[in-house]
Design a protein around this ligand. Structure first.
Ligand code: ADP
Ligand code: MG
Length: 240
């Protein structure tokens, strides 16, 4: 069982790809209504963890609970429908479709019982600051707008929990700050957010709790001000 303040819980989460131990015995409790960070060097296993949570790969061992119920072993479509949204590290919008149409695809694949798709799409575009680009083709967007579109598609599934995998990758400082502000708005309307982000300042500014993984192992977890001073975290980032 799990207290209702925890939306997502992992215990002993491990993943082996043939010879490679990509994740070892990872534990996490994500507080409902929070924004949490997930950081670690390239290849640490961050995207793999999101792939396990969203059912893209089976766990080698361990359990994942969402709202107190086991979700490991469920299909990706089911996990999306019960309320976990995902913005991918590599955004793959339909290039010939408009922003509106792309976000609409998210809405159609989202939680069951969405009555007003148009309203859901407009709210997602609005939250992500994309409304003025609604009729633009995805192929014509800047990198910054493409990143927002990827998040908007996930937001349109109306998730209780949004997993955002490097939504600021490739963005400049201004665009990064904008994205962080958008994610704050998403949280403020009730969605818990777990964010993978390389920009330390950005992730530390927005996160209530930060999880640090290195080479498949969780090396630290805590409030941002504790994490930035943790010697293991500093060592992992300096490659020591
Ligand atoms: P991060 O997102 O932290 O940069 P990843 O989760 O993408 O790291 O990758 C973690 C490790 O798992 C890497 O060594 C990567 O090569 C490996 N990996 C990820 N996906 C697969 C896969 N489908 N098959 C084999 N190895 C994989
Ligand atoms: Mg990754």
């Amino acid at each position: 069982t799990m207290d209702s303040d925890t939306i997502l819980r992992g215990r002993g989460v491990s993943k082996q790809f043939r010879g490679l131990r990509a994740l070892s015995d990872i534990e996490f409790d994500i507080p409902r209504g929070s924004i949490c960070g997930l950081i670690g060097p390239n290849g640490a296993g961050k995207s793999t963890l999101f792939n396990l949570i969203t059912g893209y790969y089976p766990l080698t061992s361990g359990t994942i609970e969402f709202n107190g119920a086991r979700i490991d072993g469920l299909a990706t479509t089911r996990i999306s429908r019960i309320g976990i949204g995902r913005a991918f590290q590599i955004a793959k919008p339909f290039p010939d479709m408009t922003v509106y149409e792309n976000v609409r695809v998210g809405a159609l694949f989202g939680r069951e019982g969405q009555r007003d798709v148009k309203e859901v799409v407009e709210q997602a575009m609005n939250l992500m600051g994309l409304s003025h680009l609604a009729q633009r083709k995805a192929s014509s967007l800047t990198v910054g707008s493409l990143r927002k579109l990827e998040v908007a598609r996930a937001v349109a599934t109306r998730p209780e929990l949004l997993l955002a995998d490097e939504p600021c990758a490739g963005l400049n400082g201004t665009e990064t700050a904008e994205m962080i502000e958008c994610l704050r708005r998403v949280r403020d309307q009730g969605t818990t957010v777990w964010l993978v982000e390389h920009d330390m300042r950005a992730v530390m500014s927005i996160s209530e709790r930060v999880f640090v993984i290195d080479a498949g192992t969780k090396i630290a977890e805590g409030a941002p001000d504790v994490i930035v001073n943790d010697p293991r975290v500093i060592a992992a980032y300096l490659g020591a």
